[in-house]
Write a protein that binds this ligand. Sequence first.
Ligand code: NAP
Length: 201
Amino acid sequence: MRIVVIGGAGTIGRRLVPALRSRHHDVVVAGRTSGDVHVDLSAPATIDAMYREIGAVDAVVSIAAHGALDEFATLTATALHENMRAKFFGQVDLVLTGQRYCAERASFTLTSGIFADQAWPHVTGGGVISGGLHSFTLSAAIELPRGMRINTVSPTMIGDSVDAFAEHFPGMRPVPMNELIDHYLDCVEGDSTGRVIRAYG
Ligand SMILES: NC(=O)c1ccc[n+]([C@@H]2O[C@H](COP(=O)([O-])OP(=O)(O)OC[C@H]3O[C@@H](n4cnc5c(N)ncnc54)[C@H](OP(=O)(O)O)[C@@H]3O)[C@@H](O)[C@H]2O)c1
């Protein structure tokens, strides 16, 4: 398969891209400054330009752009909207725009996160982004044309990211990277659609 991985140079991407290539897929890595082709999920015109540049692909995997931490007492709707631009609206746009460019029966695999299902301080934005992505996945699965599929992987903190994130999320049990990578491979190579895969360790 020909696959574009947005965020393929990141923490998950550095493990997923070699796994896909070892299974003989042709992988294009995309990022704002990293990768073979440049795209910024917060800038819709760059998403359209990316699809025009790479041509029809059989799978789109998105593992890019975090929700920012926030302070509920001072949070505004404007700040929330800004927080949603890349990870929520950008990933939604990958699908809405991608349905016109991708190959017949192409798949989309998005990334959300545990805060859709688990309350935690300072992640109102993260929760709204991920919950919205889960609902979008259900709707898109029944509306996508030409046999296209969509699934979303919702990870908790990953084993490889404990050093970076444990101070913000003390006591959270991590999911092993190998387990997570298997979920992405299943989404790309399997035939499921409309699934939210809760990889919560
Ligand atoms: N790591 C975890 O523990 C964890 C847990 C739950 C959920 N997640 C989610 O999984 C996804 C990937 O996480 P990660 O830890 O692998 O991230 P990461 O290490 O920060 O890597 C992010 C990758 O995405 C690219 N990127 C960032 N912002 C982008 C944008 N606006 N447009 C296009 N590309 C962008 C970056 O490259 P450039 O800088 O070149 O753009 C980089 O290659 C994120 O959505 C994250 O919230 C991660």
